[in-house]
Design a protein around this ligand. Structure first.
Ligand SMILES: [Zn+2]
Ligand SMILES: [Zn+2]
Length: 266
């Protein structure tokens, strides 16, 4: 009888030990689940469309260079304030007001490379933002204090940067004349292509330029196109003979009237 008692006691202890262990295990598992649970309780970050100011959850917005858009159409358009959503924005202080009531009806094509003949890097952006390091290259010493700008730059990869609102006057043309009208900065948009006048421009640059022209024409329907050398022939040679005007005419579907200096390379 005593033996049976011991046996039951033993079984009872074993059972108690087994249950206690199982409980501990469950508790540990519960804790683990709690720890790994995603923190969905956090409120959704809201952003506003840089084109129309619509507020929307960040997850539903299109991100572009640190900005947000409610839809592709708004991202790809020029805003009321004169900024193209598709470009990266690197604001420059080298601008002033256009004369009151003036219509923007000219786009001036330029080329630039810094240092001259070298492509890539951030020197052009630095230059237009007055951040060029004069010690980085001997040539930079001469130009670091110049205050110039352009509305747009298209680099060798076709990447487009905007520096100045299209409603403001950028400082790209200098002393210039377009069929008797002086001071072309007043009524023009400046477009710089990264290039040196010798090497051909890239396919990506032509594609980006044509896309940009399509967008610009919606906002500025009277736009005509000229090279810097066309409006300042004594001083300037850009974009130069390596720029293929005929190719641009074709891919941007430009009519002859939009090219008063013709479509042959010059
Ligand atoms: Zn929008
Ligand atoms: Zn130029």
């Amino acid at each position: 009888m005593f033996k049976w008692g011991l046996l039951f006691l033993g079984l009872g202890l074993a059972y108690w030990w087994f249950i206690a262990k199982k409980k501990n295990k469950n508790r540990a598992a519960d804790n683990q689940i709690k720890q790994t649970e995603p923190t969905t309780a956090k409120p959704q970050q809201m952003v506003s469309c840089a084109y129309c100011d619509l507020h929307l959850p960040q997850n539903d917005a299109l991100a572009q260079d640190g900005r947000y858009y409610c839809c592709a159409e708004h991202r790809d358009s020029i805003s009321q304030k004169g900024w193209w959503g598709k470009a990266q924005w690197r604001a420059s202080t080298n601008f002033d007001e256009r004369p009151e009531g003036i219509a923007v009806d000219l786009a001036v094509i330029h080329h630039i490379s810094l240092p001259p003949g070298q492509f890539g890097g951030h020197h052009i952006i630095d230059f237009f933002q007055n951040n060029l390091d004069p010690t980085a290259h001997p040539y930079f010493e001469q130009i670091a204090n110049q205050k110039v700008s352009s509305h747009f730059l298209i680099d060798r990869n076709g990447k487009t940067t905007q520096f100045i609102s299209l409603h403001k006057r950028a400082w790209h043309a200098g002393i210039s004349q377009f069929f008797g009208r002086e001071k072309c900065n007043d009524f023009s948009i400046g477009i710089e292509l990264e290039g040196d006048g010798d090497v051909f421009f890239t396919n990506e640059q032509y594609a980006s330029l044509a896309e940009m022209i399509g967008v610009l024409l919606k906002k500025f329907p009277d736009l005509r196109f000229a090279g810097h050398s066309d409006i300042a022939p004594e001083r300037k040679t850009d974009p130069g003979p390596s720029f293929d005007w005929a190719r641009l005419t074709k891919i941007a579907k430009l009519s002859e009237e939009r090219l008063p200096f013709g479509s042959s390379s010059r």
